[in-house]
Design a protein around this ligand. Structure first.
Ligand code: SF4
Length: 384
């Protein structure tokens, strides 16, 4: 199974997105505190590690932890806003350190929308430059987009422009907004989309990518809003393939191991033929409306076959539908819906006096940006 683990290497950022679900904390990592987390992924047989944040390129030891993870045999990825990665010399340094794939975050190619969502100027040009700088350095590039109220109606436009101008981008990832944490929680009403807001533009975007031979994944979107491509749902793929995900949060949550991918369902879901492979409605934060769900009456196994026969995941062992059905039924009988489990034993970063000082300085700077952008600031999480 191609499990991927996440390490938040920093929690501060050079952007100020109003829906950031992982804003600054006083916790800090160094190479020595990250290495055991990498070792744990290796011991669990994980395929790769995703270095994320905050903005991971702000950590001075990012190349060192990338090199360490690569030397230990992991596929090394990065989720970045691209502001630093746009520097060709830095892109080359990361490539030489072992970064193989960069997910560059772009919300919209409409400059005014991107600027409003980022809270600082000039980010779109830098992110687009990062797509080219990383590619030139030999790093594969994808685009990550958080679906939100401001970009929901033109996801397809963004995809068309980016694939036209950056043909090296072969894969897109959409994450519907997680309204349950950080700044996203206190700005829910402003940024959380209705599912119907993006249904059409997401379908058009996926069709464009499919037509041009590209691939894509969509997370936190129920199957009744996945249009012609339910097999691209991240939750469905993980349910079908029984995959897990570990995230090492650089905050009080510490380590979260997710083994179940179901959220909440409406009464009508009971009649839906996709119920047992659908993640349902992302419920944390209670910002989405179950009344928007609509039962589907389509062939579940046709979707399953597309996932288990996908040559893009050579590690998945159960290629045969009958064998998959047997294994899936056994998992359901065993009640494999354990939700979130916390792994104890691996400390994730530390809160130091210097970390506290940096955090407070960051909060003061962000308070100014919050006032300018009319954004609510998340609660202070300092311990001092
Ligand atoms: S109706 Fe419910 S089970 Fe069916 S696709 Fe929608 S959310 Fe999933």
């Amino acid at each position: 199974m191609a499990n991927l683990g996440y390490i938040q290497v920093v929690r501060h950022c050079n952007h100020f997105c109003g829906f950031c679900s992982n804003p600054a904390t006083p916790y800090t990592h160094d190479l020595a505190s990250m290495q055991p987390l990498v070792d744990d992924f290796v011991a669990r047989g994980y395929f790769g590690v995703i270095l994320t944040g905050g903005e991971p390129t702000l950590h001075p030891e990012l190349p060192a932890i990338a090199r360490y993870a690569r030397d230990r045999g992991l596929h090394v990825r990065l989720i970045t806003n691209g502001t630093r990665l746009a520097d060709p010399a830095f892109a080359r340094e990361l490539a030489q350190a072992g970064v193989q794939l960069a997910h560059v975050s772009i919300y919209s190619v409409v400059a005014a929308v991107e600027a409003e969502l980022r809270g600082v100027d000039g980010t779109l040009e830098r992110a687009r430059a990062a797509l080219d700088a990383a590619h030139a350095a030999g790093i594969e590039v994808n685009v990550n987009t958080v679906i939100n109220r401001r970009n929901a109606d033109h996801l397809d436009h963004t995809v068309r422009v980016l694939t036209r101008d950056h043909p090296q981008v072969r894969h897109f990832v959409w994450n519907n907004l997680d309204p349950s944490m950080g700044r996203a929680e206190v700005n829910q009403a402003r940024f959380t989309p209705r599912l119907a807001d993006f249904e059409l533009s997401l379908e058009r975007a996926m069709r464009h990518l499919h037509r041009t031979g590209r691939t894509f994944r969509v997370e936190k979107v129920p199957l009744c809003y996945m249009g012609s491509f339910p097999e691209a749902s991240t939750e469905t793929r993980k349910i079908v393939k029984s995959e897990e995900r570990i995230v090492h949060f650089l905050d009080a949550k510490q380590t979260v191991r997710q083994t179940a991918w179901d959220h909440v369902y409406a009464d009508g879901c009971r009649a839906c033929t996709l119920r047992d492979i659908c993640g349902g409605l992302f419920d944390r934060g209670q910002a989405y409306d179950p009344a928007e769900l609509a039962p589907q009456f389509v062939d579940r196994d046709a979707i399953v076959k597309k996932i288990i026969e996908d040559p893009g995941d050579p590690a998945y062992p159960l290629r045969d539908l009958a064998a998959w059905k047997q294994a899936f039924a056994a998992r359901q009988r065993a009640g494999d819906t354990s939700g979130l489990a916390i792994d104890a034993g691996l400390p994730v970063g530390t809160v130091t006096p210097q970390g506290e000082r940096l955090y407070q300085a960051k909060r003061r700077r962000e308070a100014v940006l919050a006032r300018e952008g009319d954004i609510a600031q998340e609660p202070d999480v300092s311990e001092g």
